[in-house]
Write a protein that binds this ligand. Structure first.
Ligand code: AMP
Ligand code: MG
Length: 418
């Protein structure tokens, strides 16, 4: 008899997964190894930035008062008493009518309170003249104008990107406290599966889910241990799942979660004593997505259908992994866009459509990326986002406003009009 499963809403499913996330703790790493990691502590400004008043231009440091009354017919003359390159300091304060030639980034000398850009001067022997008065503070980068000592700049739970690295370097963080990263186990099940290197045979297909999931993990900076492919064999699959659970922090399987004769994952969860959080979600594709928990470890039973598998990872596995690392924004970014094509088929389940978004004169348009069945591989490859079409009795028309979940940023623009 076919088991009747009761679907739960996507939001409820996500919540159940997130409620079962166990944080992994922290570790301290050299700065250069922290790209993509999650900050375990906030970044607090250890000092002002810039740490001293400095010149934003190549020019001359002057006392503004000496330029008072300057005009085209009454040019004020300055005597240049020396040069300050970036990294150097003046050997004495300025006096009336004097200036230092100063380079971008150099510390403003004592008594100087304005910088004249080279282009604003006419040089002469021993100095220069200028034709406009300067105000105190003009063309000076003030100490602390970027960041003030003690300020909290980036909160814990933020993913470190190149800008964050720059900030950490600015404050001398040679080592950074970050969240530990989980190791994910990946296992593809299905007797029909061939390796990438195998020739096709009747009834068989190459395993695309395994490499895809590995890459989805890599995209969020997560290491994986691949358990390859297993035929649909209950005892062999059970053994490998047990082994994987000993060796990894979470397990992602693909295939075998449906109600077919050879779908063994539900039996495996049962025999391991894992608690099934859900085994049916009101979504297309991927309604059979199943998530179980054993001890501290989540078991993601993703559908074998490639589009369902892909979507299941992005909706459930990705936020769970990021949350294990304490990431405070673990969900894919969401924007609104106009639907680029009709999607007339009404559905009682929320539909996640692989799509491609782009900016046009009419705003952001998200267009379904072709063949969109749950078995599709092509639309995963062509898509750069996922359109969310709410469940209901009506279809969707081109031009309607829809929610769009953004995927990675591999897809570039062919040209820019900036
Ligand atoms: P299942 O979830 O095991 O019922 O599989 C659903 C569909 O996905 C079947 O047509 C499978 O052949 C296909 N499939 C299962 N695993 C994979 C895989 N690793 N790569 C590509 N297709 C798969
Ligand atoms: Mg199968």
């Amino acid at each position: 008899m076919v088991e009747i499963r009761k679907p739960i809403q996507v939001a409820e499913a996500v919540e159940r997964v997130m409620n079962n996330v166990h944080k992994l703790g922290t570790e301290t790493l050299p700065l250069e190894d922290t790209y993509g990691r999650v900050l375990a502590a906030p970044i607090i400004a250890k000092h002002d930035v810039p740490p001293f008043d400095r010149s934003p231009y190549d020019g001359f440091a002057i006392r503004a008062e000496d330029s008072a009354g300057a005009s085209g017919t009454d040019r004020k003359a300055f005597h240049v008493i020396g040069e300050i390159g970036a990294g150097h300091v003046a050997d004495r304060p300025l006096e009336r009518g004097e200036s230092f030639r100063i380079m971008t980034g150099a510390l403003i000398p004592e008594q100087a309170d304005a910088v004249v850009m080279l282009e604003q001067t006419v040089e002469n022997e021993g100095g220069f003249t200028l034709r406009k008065p300067f105000e105190t503070g003009e063309n000076i980068s003030r100490q602390g104008e970027d960041m003030r000592q003690g300020e909290t700049l980036i909160e814990a739970g933020t993913i470190i990107h190149p800008g964050t690295i720059a900030l950490l370097a600015t404050f001398g963080y040679a080592e950074v406290c970050v969240a530990k990263r989980p190791i994910a186990g990946v296992l593809s099940t299905g007797t029909e599966l061939l390796r990438v290197t195998d020739e096709l045979e009747p009834g068989k297909i190459r395993n695309s889910n395994g490499p895809m999931i590995n890459a989805q993990l890599t995209r969020i900076g997560i290491d994986y241990k691949s358990y390859g492919m297993m035929e649909d064999d209950l005892s062999a699959c059970t053994e490998i799942v047990k082994k994987a659970l000993e060796e990894t922090d979470l397990l992602i399987t693909t295939g075998g979660v449906s109600v077919g004769d050879y779908d063994y994952l539900p039996k495996i969860y049962e025999s391991l004593g894992a608690e099934v959080l859900f085994n049916k979600v009101a979504m297309r594709p991927g309604s059979v997505t199943t998530v179980a928990v054993l001890g501290n470890k989540l078991l993601f039973g993703l559908s074998g259908n490639p589009s369902a598998c892909f979507t299941g990872f992005e909706l459930f596995t990705r936020p769970a992994i990021l949350s294990m690392m304490g990431c405070t924004a673990p969900y894919m970014p969401r924007i609104q866009a106009k639907l680029g094509d009709d999607f007339k088929k009404a559905n009682p389940f929320t539909r996640f459509v692989r799509a491609s978004w782009s900016m046009t004169n009419e705003g952001i348009i998200a267009t379904p990326a072709g063949f969109n069945k749950s078995s599709a591989v092509s639309s995963i490859a062509r898509g750069n986002c996922i359109i969310v079409l709410p469940s209901g009795t009506r279809g969707f028309e081109k031009g309607m406003s829809v929610d769009v979940l953004l995927l990675g940023t591999e897809q570039g623009a062919e040209c820019w009009e900036l």
